[in-house]
Design a protein around this ligand. Structure first.
Ligand code: PXP
Length: 248
């Protein structure tokens, strides 16, 4: 793959959400991950939340065994999650903020205020060979802090852009997009690898995919929803096509 290839990480959390609605074994997130892999996903992303509302410990164990593409393990910066990550040593660890009461990961991680703790937190993960990524808002202060603590990657939170777009607030969407574009270039200038994700759809992916510094998008909820209508493989193929078109 060339250096300009924009990787697509498919987040399978919400296959587990549907499974857990009935408490049984179906649909199986591991099967979805293998299908996503066959459809051209460059990586699989899974978030083991503290309350285990979707992905389970056994899912992470299974993913580590069956995947041929890298696993991007999303987690809160807690001792419990650090121990799990150090046991499995996934290709990538993405630190995200987590609140029990939220429906999804609503904002980026507050790195600037927690620099010391986070620097100590990520050191053993890096030593274990995990590529450490920090999920943050498009905010210069947070990016500088992520760089200082030794993160190799930042993932920019695209939720505010996508929400504004979905609600028809196009001026706000444009403003959010500009902030993402500017901070993508800024992070890259510091030597950070830049990723982005959250809330992306066929309607919102292209302006973000066009940022030249961007190396990876992580997309889940929309793709799993779209899979109901067209199947997971075709849903991923269409996202891939739109991403490639935006890069040209
Ligand atoms: N990236 C990160 C860090 C996330 O936490 C999530 C959602 O869990 C995503 C990407 C994917 O977001 P969505 O499911 O809205 O596509």
């Amino acid at each position: 793959m060339s250096d300009t290839h924009l990787r697509l990480g498919v987040n399978i959390d919400h296959v587990a959400t549907v499974r857990n609605a009935r408490g049984g074994a179906y649909p199986d997130p591991l099967r979805a991950a293998k299908l996503a892999e066959e459809a051209g996903a460059d990586g699989i992303t899974a978030h083991l939340r503290e309350d285990r509302r979707h992905i389970s410990d056994a899912d992470i164990e299974g993913l580590m065994q069956v995947l041929s593409v890298p696993l991007n393990f999303e987690m809160a910066a807690t001792p419990e999650m650090q121990a799990i990550a150090l046991r499995h040593k996934p290709h990538a660890v993405c630190l995200v903020p987590e609140k029990r009461e939220e429906r999804t990961t609503e904002g980026g991680l507050e790195v600037a205020r927690e620099e010391n703790r986070l620097a100590h937190f990520i050191a053993p993960l890096r030593d274990a060979g995990c590529r450490v990524s920090i999920f943050i808002a498009a905010d210069r202060k947070q990016i500088e802090a992520a760089h200082r603590i030794g993160a190799q990657v930042i993932e920019l939170h695209t939720g505010a852009y996508c929400d504004a777009h979905a609600e028809g607030r196009m001026d706000d969407a444009q403003r959010e997009l500009e902030a993402l574009r500017e901070m993508s270039a800024f992070a890259h200038s510091l030597g950070l690898e830049v990723h982005a994700g959250h809330g992306l759809t066929y309607d919102t992916v292209q302006p973000v995919a066009a940022f030249p510094e961007l190396r990876e998008l992580n997309i889940g909820h929309f793709l799993i929803g779209e899979a109901i209508f067209r199947g997971l493989g075709p849903a991923i193929h269409e996202m891939r096509r739109l991403m490639d078109e935006a890069r040209r």
